[in-house]
Design a protein around this ligand. Structure first.
Ligand code: 6LW
Length: 501
């Protein structure tokens, strides 16, 4: 059957995958967002449901005032003898640590730190030994993959950290994972940087510490040679290997969907893609069909292609238990109240422009084509909806209270420029029903007032893109409030439809 990529849509980068008791699990990076490391399950590798996050306590992850795209980088998720392990790097303090659990639907342990530098830490369990692998530099300062053996109970190093591979020559050698198949150890990595030159490369050795010999036809997977109208999928890299339901092996990796043909950009973040690999008689593997990833990939098993119910959003199901809602940095729990079909937010003096924790609760944008509608009332100075890339790049549509007047305001914030585009006066007793319609190129903003839809203005998706904003994240739709006197506002009748076309 043909499956549609991305298999997990929206800002879910650096996927790592494991399988336990017939179920697949994927964990992704989360940077400045909390809870950290979104976690998904699937029975068929195609239909993925978010089940929670791995790092849910401040004792596990400190995000106080971390820069955007700081915080939690690239996890590795593994299952070994009844336990799940998740190892990550908190890039803000440059520390690598892991947590574990025997119940992936419950809480994870406190962090155990490992004294090895470098990002993209990985764990490899093999014949009773545990290896800790990350990116780094050798004695001469050249990029390489580093490895040591650790005691998994304490995180203590049992051997020295040594360089094991220096890659195939691409810049930013990172994302190492080791697998043991037959007589060989395979070391898969990413090179080229997580942009348009991104790629997956690998090497093999009969010894876990090397020497590793690179695959002659590296990169084994990349979309870097596809440009113009050949492919809207770019940035393929940073992958992990897993055996599929059909017994074949697959790579899950990141990529993104670009907009615009010349000088392309992407604003939905890096997403999760699936590609089958094929083993050759000589013990090397290649990507099935071609070394590129397509939107529609043939796989040798059946599964559930249904995506819509994964990404549409309402308040009908309990907001407090829907794992897709996410906060910024070290949020203040007491400023959020969840009712059966409503949400109340208490504004603080922290605004969306601050590198801090405004009162904000958001969900990742997963499709270009979306339609949002939400009703807002209350006393906060500012309460509304934001399409938010980071504190320097966001479009805000909000109910504003100034000197007893009530307005709906559309404001855009791009880099150093902030501009109010439109103010629309409301009568005191009216609630504001805010609507936003997006497509690939733009967001269009409306207020529904006295049963009529009033157009307020538009703003381009381009200025919320990674190419403009920089960083590793993607756009969130967030509900937020700001108020210097801590007043509350109420959000109800939320409906956010996300469609592929
Ligand atoms: C991550 C690195 C990468 O640590 O981007 O795409 C970095 N690859 O491996 C941040 O996600």
């Amino acid at each position: 059957m043909k499956i549609q990529n991305p298999i997990i849509r929206g800002f879910y980068p650096d996927p790592s995958i494991c399988k336990a008791n017939g179920i697949y699990y994927i964990a992704c990076s989360s940077f400045q967002y909390f809870p950290a490391v979104p976690l998904f399950e699937s029975t068929d590798l195609i239909y993925w449901k978010q089940i929670g996050h791995c790092l849910t306590r401040k004792s596990q992850v400190q995000l106080h005032e971390v820069p955007n795209s700081g915080g939690i980088f690239a996890p590795t998720l593994r299952y070994y003898e009844g336990f799940f392990y998740l190892v990550v790097n908190n890039n803000t303090d440059s520390k690598n640590f892991y947590v574990f659990t025997d119940n992936i639907y419950g809480e994870w342990s406190e962090p155990i730190f490992v004294e090895q530098k470098g990002i993209d830490p990985s764990l490899f369990f093999d014949e009773g030994n545990v290896y800790f692998t990350s990116n780094g530099e050798d004695e001469k300062g050249n990029p390489c993959i580093l490895q040591c053996k650790i005691d998994i109970k304490t995180g203590k190093k049992l051997t020295k950290t040594v360089p094991i591979w220096s890659g195939s020559g691409g810049r930013y050698l990172e994302s190492p994972h080791i697998y043991h198949k037959g007589d060989w150890y395979y070391l898969m990595a990413a090179e080229g940087g997580t942009e348009y030159g991104h790629m997956i490369t690998y090497a093999r050795s009969k010894n876990v510490f090397g020497p590793y010999e690179g695959y002659q036809k590296n990169p084994v997977l990349t979309n870097r040679n596809l440009g113009g109208n050949q492919s809207c999928i770019q940035g393929i890299g940073h992958g992990d290997l897993i055996e599929g339901p059909d017994g074949n092996d697959y790579i899950v990796c990141l990529g993104f969907r670009q907009s615009s043909m010349w000088q392309p950009y992407h604003h939905l973040g890096r997403e999760v893609f699936l590609k089958q690999i094929e083993w050759q008689a000589d013990g090397w593997f290649s990507a099935k069909g071609s070394s590129t990833v397509c939107e529609w990939e043939e796989v040798a098993f059946d599964g559930n292609l249904q995506k819509e119910d994964q990404y549409d959003l309402t308040f009908d199901s309990s907001i407090s238990t829907n794992p897709r809602w996410t906060y910024l940095r070290d949020y203040k729990k007491e400023n959020y109240r969840f009712w059966e079909k409503e949400l109340s937010l208490c504004g603080t003096e922290v605004t969306l422009n601050d590198r801090d924790s405004p009162t904000f609760i958001g969900v990742r944008q997963s499709e270009f084509f979306t339609h949002l509608s939400v009703e807002i009332n209350g006393e906060a100075m500012e309460a509304g909806v934001t399409f938010y890339m980071d504190e320097d790049h966001h479009y805000d549509l909000f109910l504003s209270r100034e000197n007893k007047e009530k307005w709906v305001i559309l404001r855009i914030h791009i880099g150093d420029a902030e501009q109010i585009i439109m103010r629309f006066a409301l009568e005191q007793e009216e609630n504001a029903i805010l609507e936003v319609i997006s497509d690939k190129e733009k967001y269009q903003f409306y207020v529904r007032y006295k049963k009529k839809l009033h157009y307020l203005g538009k703003a381009r998706t381009k200025y919320l893109s990674s190419e403009v904003a920089g960083g590793f994240t993607g756009v969130f739709m967030g509900l937020y409030a700001v108020d210097f006197h801590n007043k509350w506002s109420n959000f109800s009748n939320l409906r956010w439809i996300q469609r592929q076309q």
